[in-house]
Design a protein around this ligand. Structure first.
Ligand code: ARG
Length: 584
């Protein structure tokens, strides 16, 4: 359904929808063009667009339809109308629709000042904070963090392409008693050399060892507790090592995220939430009479909303996860004055997120309504051949290796690849990302390395292959280059091919795919789109060959269409944080 006002300058198909709406409105007073426009859906049963008449409540649909059909005259935009039960189906004129879409893809990809076909300006002047990834230092990076990273990276790109100012934020789990424990363990097990080599791994190893010690010896635990208390009190001697650990971990993570094509504007963390904000929040809650004191612990009762009792401060006075989130949100609002803030966190934390959103709402912050939790289900079975996944770099390495082995199976092709290691890494990461984003976020799924590495089916390698094949066309047809400007390319031959029409129409729908994704926060729609487009292209290769086509006008028109398809497929892949390959 056309849900936003028409904007033919970013979506050529809006012009066609609008023409349809004009005609229908003219035949059916008192309906307005806008009313009809919002009811012009993508077509059913092979039509380009369809209108379901009952939504207008104008009486007997047969009569209503007959009126519209009787007045219909074909023109440059809309070629035909058919009536089927409660529906009116419309067909766009092929030559016009192909021409206008290809012109637009070309202009917005190659001529616009900030090129990107598919983007829009709906978020102009607005600011969104997107918090995602957020692993815990010294603990394992689990697949839940990977999902948050992948989905969050997508959302950041998506909001940017809809005109929003985006702040990508990583909220590290860098605070809590475990750091007292590691400090204690570091004296015994720490090595400066190991730390510098791989801080994430080394800190995790220490954590595992000292945890064991603590189980056997309560004194270790007590010492860790004392150490963390000193940290909370701001004792610089207790914080010194921790600062180094944090900095080294951030550095290492930044490199790994870079390999994933993910970038953060801000690395914050639980340690950075100002104590004053937590205290202020507590004071305000107290003033508003929202706090119960239960044996020294401070509690907000959320039973009324079926969210249990939220502990805001523990008996020993130390802060907790929830308090830091409440204080952190207030602090962020003061600092950034965001219009929206999104938390990309596993559905396992649904209760936590709804509790802290509710507390902020009860505190009557008007911006509390602009917080959004984007959640997702569990991933099962993501282990490497060496065992359980603990670190992000294990996942990246395994993906690259699995892909590398797969590519080596085809010796000839493998020998022709310029930089096989890099290509394997890129396709491997694409495979992981596509598998992760292929279904609705909330679904659990079982990770499968065999499926991920396959070049067949709706996989990452398939998508990369489709892009590479499109990219190779101009290299293989130098006799057609450079292509003349669009106005001098004769596209009439494309209108005669059902394949070409399907491909180009799909290109025309891309701006809507982006708009829908912004509403649903689902990457799966974009994945489905990229797959559909790739399938449509691969079934056209034979019928619409470029190489060997002797009619050069035809050959040029086809090449132009394929290049446009490459631009749009590339845009969709980049939106999904995938780096499209030119060769493999
Ligand atoms: N570090 C947390 C974890 O690994 C996730 C943080 C989610 N974000 C938040 N603001 N609570 O479970």
């Amino acid at each position: 359904m056309a849900q936003s006002p028409p904007d033919p300058s970013t979506c050529a198909l809006d012009a066609f929808r609008y023409k349809i709406a004009e005609r229908v409105a003219a035949a059916l007073p008192p309906l307005t063009v806008d009313q009809v426009y919002s009811g012009v859906d993508y077509g059913k049963k092979g039509a380009d667009f369809t209108i379901a008449l009952p939504r207008f409540k104008l009486g007997k649909v047969e009569d209503v339809a007959a009126k519209v059909v009787a007045q219909f005259q074909p023109d440059e935009h809309i070629e035909s109308i058919t009536h089927d039960k409660a529906f009116l189906h419309f067909q766009c004129k092929s030559t016009t629709v192909i021409r206008e879409i290809l012109n637009q893809v070309h202009a917005l990809t190659h001529e616009a000042p900030s090129p990107c076909y598919g983007s829009n300006t709906s978020g102009e002047g607005k600011k969104v904070i997107i918090e995602y990834s957020s692993p815990n230092i010294a603990k394992s990076f689990h697949v839940g963090h990977l999902r948050s990273t992948i989905i969050g990276g997508f959302l950041a790109n998506l909001y940017k392409s809809c005109g929003w100012e985006v702040i990508s934020m990583n909220y590290l789990g860098d605070w809590g008693t475990q750091f007292g424990l590691i400090a204690t363990g570091f004296q015994k097990y720490g090595s400066q050399e190991e730390l510098e080599k791989d801080p994430i791994k080394h800190l995790f190893e220490i954590y595992v060892k000292v945890n064991k010690d603590a189980e056997a010896d309560p004194e270790v635990k007590a010492e860790a507790g004392r150490w963390f208390k000193r940290m909370e009190e701001g004792d610089e001697s207790a914080l010194k090592n921790w600062r180094v650990w944090r900095a080294l971990s951030v550095k290492k993570y930044t490199e790994e995220y870079e390999r994933l094509n993910i970038q953060f504007d801000v690395y914050t963390g639980e340690s950075m939430v100002g104590k004053e904000w937590q205290d202020k929040a507590l004071a305000r809650l107290d003033e508003m009479g929202l706090i119960d004191d239960v044996e020294g612990a401070k509690i907000v009762n959320l039973e009324k909303w079926k969210m249990g009792k939220a502990v805001i401060r523990k008996r020993d006075g130390t802060s907790i996860y929830l308090t830091r989130d409440i204080g952190g949100a207030i602090e962020r609002y003061e600092k950034y004055k965001f219009d929206k803030m999104i938390y990309v966190v596993s559905s396992q934390q649904d209760l936590h997120l709804s509790q802290f959103f509710k507390v902020l709402e009860l505190m009557q912050f008007p911006w509390a309504a602009s917080l959004q939790h984007v959640n997702y289900g569990l991933v099962q079975g993501m282990s490497t051949r060496k065992g359980t996944v603990v670190f992000l770099d294990q996942i990246i390495k395994e993906a690259a290796q699995v892909m590398h082995e797969q590519m080596q199976k085809n010796e000839d092709k493998y020998a022709a690849i310029e930089d096989p290691e890099r290509v394997a890494l890129e396709i491997g990461i694409t495979g992981v990302k596509i598998q992760d984003m292929a279904a609705k976020r909330i679904n659990n799924y079982t990770f499968n390395w065999d499926r991920m590495k396959s070049f067949e089916g709706d996989t990452g390698p398939y998508l990369q292959y489709a892009h590479v094949r499109l990219s190779s066309l101009s290299r293989k047809n130098p006799h057609l280059l450079p292509l003349p400007p669009p106005s001098q390319i004769d596209t009439t031959s494309l209108a005669e091919s059902a394949h070409a029409r399907e491909i180009v129409f799909l290109l025309g729908t891309y701006p809507d795919v982006v708009k829908v994704a912004l509403k649903t926060h689902e990457p799966s729609g974009v994945v489905t789109y990229a797959m559909r487009l790739s399938h449509a292209i691969s079934s056209a290769w034979e019928a619409l060959a470029v190489k060997g086509e002797e009619d050069l006008d035809k050959a040029r028109a086809r090449l132009w269409m394929y290049e446009s398809a490459r631009d749009v497929l590339g845009a969709a892949m980049r939106l999904l944080s995938i780096r499209p390959l030119e060769r493999m």
